[in-house]
Design a protein around this ligand. Structure first.
Ligand code: DQA
Length: 142
């Protein structure tokens, strides 16, 4: 059973871009935490793209073999009805993760299109939000 951990635009630069906001840990560190948090019988498929269409294609792939989705849509959170629609076509559990506390930041980050489909939302826990989300998805998918 595969848990998709999807990451949107600019998260390839995690650890390098705006470390005062996003910290110094990288997406490899995120992957390590997710693998460690993953329940027995589940495997982690961590992916990142700067392209909205690629994120949507991966959500479609999850319809075939995904037990659940953890997604940090990054800036697409605040812009993308298409990512929301793709997630709405997925039947399993979905948890939305943000590294920073988006509610403490600019007003345009306060609204998420994705939250309308998410079973849970985590913001402001740094990269610790990812393993928490993985644990929850494993529980919901068991
Ligand atoms: C983010 C928050 C978004 O507002 C921002 O566009 C990102 C990352 C976060 O993880 O805190 O790229 O999703």
């Amino acid at each position: 059973k595969t848990i998709y951990v999807l990451n949107g635009p600019n998260l390839n630069l995690l650890g390098k871009r705006q470390p005062e906001i996003y910290g110094h840990d990288t997406l490899e560190d995120v992957e390590r935490l997710c693998v460690a948090a993953c329940a027995e019988g589940f495997t982690i498929r961590l992916l990142q793209s700067n392209w909205e269409g690629q994120i949507i294609d991966w959500i479609h792939e999850a319809r075939d073999d995904g037990a659940g989705i953890v997604i940090n849509p990054a800036a697409l959170t605040h812009t993308s009805v298409a990512v929301l629609d793709a997630l709405s076509a997925f039947d399993g559990p979905v948890i939305e993760v943000h590294i920073s506390n988006v509610h403490k930041r600019e007003a345009f980050r306060h609204h998420s299109y994705v939250s309308a489909r998410a079973d849970g939302v985590i913001a402001g826990l740094g990269i610790d939000g990812y393993p928490a989300a993985v644990k929850r998805v494993c529980k919901l998918a068991s």
